[in-house]
Ligand binder design. Structure first.
Ligand SMILES: Cc1cc2nc3c(=O)[nH]c(=O)nc-3n(C[C@H](O)[C@H](O)[C@H](O)COP(=O)(O)OP(=O)(O)OC[C@H]3O[C@@H](n4cnc5c(N)ncnc54)[C@H](O)[C@@H]3O)c2cc1C
Length: 412
């Protein structure tokens, strides 16, 4: 079988989207995903208008619409019983002015199915890229451990370009020796679900509530509440030592409407902990290899932008690399470093600006609550008069991001 022109390690939003875009442009691409499926809970399901625009451009938005999901148009915080909206996406002049809360596995299956319609696309599941193959200083492929056994248990996959889209614990960026800048994050997040009760009102909104030492984000899903319980960085062991009752008390004290059902949390096995980290590679590439998505820049969960930035990276990478990849596929020419550098140049500023925004929210909004004395009373993170002023620019920034990418179409 012919080697692919591009090998993508990681079947997350960045990797599968890139695979789809390249295959549609006629580039032979193999995506390696170490898991057997896309089923992982609390993996981030916030599909923003920027991503919905991309899906529209790919003629996939209607298919996404058919997946059962929730559409959120407003987000804000509640303080002293009063709700203040900080986002109202209805201001945006786009076809989809809302955040679609779509299970990430459904989103990925949709992209993978669309990509599989192209003969140039291949997705290998249970195939883990565990090292790079380097010849004369250039990455020429990866070493793969394959539990499916479809292609052998351990083999080399050669490609003109290797893309590390293997997430925030990226094996390949480490193997490539790419250095990152790490930014502190004041919190970790405990994720769990609580039941929806009759009389609950989603009000199409996503709400933050602050308590001393914690913040609770309630995300309305169709049949349950997804809860993000924010605690101080590395505070999970303390919380765990205090027992599940401490978590129940914290939730009920901060979001009183959930008090009647916190008993559904029977143990910490019902929770999943996200250790928040934020970093960004100084250089996103080396000869023959490029990192995108979380592998290039782990994002804080603030504003739920991680998936969307990963998709934007994939679109930018395809837009900038297809001409060189076509040439490489035709003549065997190496993909020039300058093409890889162009991808970093294109995506670096939007990423840095978004991370700066996340750090500001963490420092000004969250840190104060997370460090507060247990008996402190909490005031609003943003003064009431400022929220309407911020609403439009924030909605645009969060919904569409900085310098949104658009899918290019290519002549055959
Ligand atoms: C608990 C949690 C909650 C989150 N909530 C949100 C949210 O609400 N909204 C949001 O926008 N973002 C959220 N995020 C972040 C978001 O999931 C990521 O920013 C986004 O998924 C990044 O996409 P990616 O494709 O770069 O990486 P990932 O989604 O991490 O995908 C990487 C993929 O590569 C695979 N992989 C890893 N190593 C290898 C290897 N060596 N070989 C082959 N495959 C490999 C992994 O199995 C995975 O499927 C959350 C993240 C977590 C962990």
């Amino acid at each position: 079988m012919q080697d692919p022109t591009v090998c993508v390690a990681g079947g997350g939003p960045a990797g599968v989207m890139l695979g789809l875009l390249l295959a549609r442009a006629g580039i032979r691409v193999t995506v390696l995903e170490k898991h057997a499926d896309f089923l992982r809970d609390f993996r981030g399901d916030t599909v923003h208008p920027s991503t919905l625009e991309v899906l529209d451009e790919l003629c996939l938005a209607d298919q996404l619409d058919r997946i059962p999901h929730q559409q959120v148009v407003r987000a804000g915080f509640e303080s002293a019983g009063r709700r203040v909206d900080i986002l109202d996406l209805r201001h945006l002049r786009v076809r989809h002015p809302y955040i679609a809360l779509v299970p990430q596995w459904d989103f990925l299956e949709l992209l993978a199915a669309a990509a599989s319609a192209c003969p140039e696309f291949e997705l290998r599941r249970e195939a883990e890229a565990y090292d790079l193959v380097v010849e004369h200083g250039r990455v020429v492929g990866v070493r793969v451990r394959d539990r499916s056994g479809d292609h052998g248990a351990d083999y080399t996959l050669r490609a003109a370009l290797t893309v590390a889209a293997d997430g925030r614990h990226s094996t390949l960026r480490r193997a490539a020796g790419l250095k990152s800048r790490t930014f502190g994050a004041p919190m970790d997040v405990v994720w769990f679900r609580l039941p929806w009760a009759e009389g609950d009102s989603a009000a199409q909104a996503l709400t933050f509530r602050f308590g001393p030492g914690r913040a609770v984000v309630t995300i309305p899903r169709r049949t349950y509440w997804q809860i993000a319980y924010l605690i101080r960085k590395d505070g999970f062991d303390d919380l765990h030592a205090q027992g599940i009752e401490a978590l129940r008390r914290g939730v009920a004290g901060t979001a009183p409407f959930l008090a009647d059902r916190v008993g559904e949390l029977t143990s910490f096995d019902d929770t999943s902990v996200l250790e928040v980290r934020m970093d960004r590679l100084r250089r996103w590439y080396r000869p023959g290899m490029l990192a995108i998505g979380d592998a290039a820049h782990a994002m804080s969960p603030v504003a739920g932008v991680g998936i969307n930035l990963a998709v934007q990276d994939a679109v930018a990478a395809a837009n900038l690399l297809v001409p060189s990849l076509r040439e490489s596929q035709r003549s065997g020419a190496p993909v020039p470093d300058r093409a890889l550098a162009a991808v970093q140049r294109r995506r670096q500023v939007p990423t840095a600006v978004t991370q700066a925004f996340q750090r500001a929210v963490q420092t000004l909004g969250l840190n104060r609550a997370l460090r507060a004395d247990p008996n402190a009373s909490m005031s609003a993170p943003v003064p009431g008069w400022l929220a309407p002023v911020l609403r439009r620019p924030m909605s645009r920034f969060v919904g569409l991001g900085v310098r949104p990418e658009h899918v290019r179409t290519w002549p055959d």
